[in-house]
Design a protein around this ligand. Sequence first.
Ligand code: FAD
Length: 364
Amino acid sequence: MRTPEPPVAVIGAGIVGLSTAHALRERGIEVRVYEQGVPGNGQSGGQSRIFRHAHDDPRMVAAAARSRQVYDEWAAQLGIEAVSDDGAVAIGPSVEERLPLLEDAGIDARRIDARELAARIPLLAGYDGPAMLDERGGSIRTTAVITALAESLGDRLVADEVLSVRHVDGEVEVRSGGRTDRYPHVVVCAGRDTPRLVRDLGLTLPVEQAAHVRLTFAVEGEPPPVLATLQDSSGAFGETGVYAAAVPGHGAYAVGLSQTTGVRDDASLLAPDELADLADRAARYVGRALPGLDPDPIDVRHCWVTRLPWGDDGLAVWQADGVLVPAGHNLFKQAPGLGRALADAVAGEGLADDLRPEARLGAS
Ligand SMILES: Cc1cc2nc3c(=O)[nH]c(=O)nc-3n(C[C@H](O)[C@H](O)[C@H](O)COP(=O)(O)OP(=O)(O)OC[C@H]3O[C@@H](n4cnc5c(N)ncnc54)[C@H](O)[C@@H]3O)c2cc1C
């Protein structure tokens, strides 16, 4: 007898696809997940990400709070530490803009002085400008989260590349390297590949692609017991857009400039030297700002950025008869809540208004 197809296909096993598949299964909806490579090795690759509530858009603050709650649930369900309890620190003028939004939303965040800053990030050089702490922020344990979610899928996760997604006879056909299947619902979570895959559905996503680099530096001496994440907009150390997150065990800190380098439509780099320049600038920043680190990097993460035109934290979901298409950037922190919202939509509860493209969620 032929095994009945699951009603939903998810394309891509990065954090967004895995979160969506998990949320669907929590609702009792079966799923097949297509992944062309190693789960979590695309934009979701590497050992850490920042979880922060601070955003320019208050709706994004609320969305982050929902995701933080789901991360707690996963930690209990999957037996992992999902987000460290070290906190998320921001320094510089962004504090004045973002702290009031956090306070309005009831997020546990407050201004901190130089002494508390040094206790939260013992690797940082002296700084006594504006600083704030988001108590429930921290470093996302990306590898633990991805591994646990991918393993929980068992043979629902198929190693195959999807070539096309199109409407056929009222269903959605998915053609991959080794199979052709039809589903009532498909969720396309293919990261950088998403715009290409949904073009046959009549969707043109306004995703701007770019390339980015982040370096990891070893801590000199004993790893500190507490190591908050950092967002530095201060310029005090020669850069105005720097972020950093700790790896598990606090033996290393991953540091990147928020700047990216442009790519052409075929994804070739417009200026290949710029990636090397960004890496050098990150290393020089570490030399000035983070004397607790060895400024010779021990690891590098190059990746694609898929940004929406209205902001670095922009997020939206497009729809086309049975197909849901999330897109945006800085999605690791938002993925658990986004996955639940996508599962709600598949289950017939409708897509949250904030996630529709016209809502421009996450606008700067
Ligand atoms: C260095 C770096 C630092 C970052 N820092 C932060 C941060 O601090 N906080 C934060 O929240 N976010 C951060 N981000 C962004 C965040 O990591 C990404 O937004 C998020 O991981 C995107 O997940 P995704 O599932 O959408 O995409 P991906 O992880 O790229 O997943 C897409 C998957 O789809 C698969 N796929 C693609 N095409 C096909 C196909 N045709 N068939 C089958 N499979 C396919 C790919 O192989 C891939 O595994 C950072 C990103 C990088 C790279």
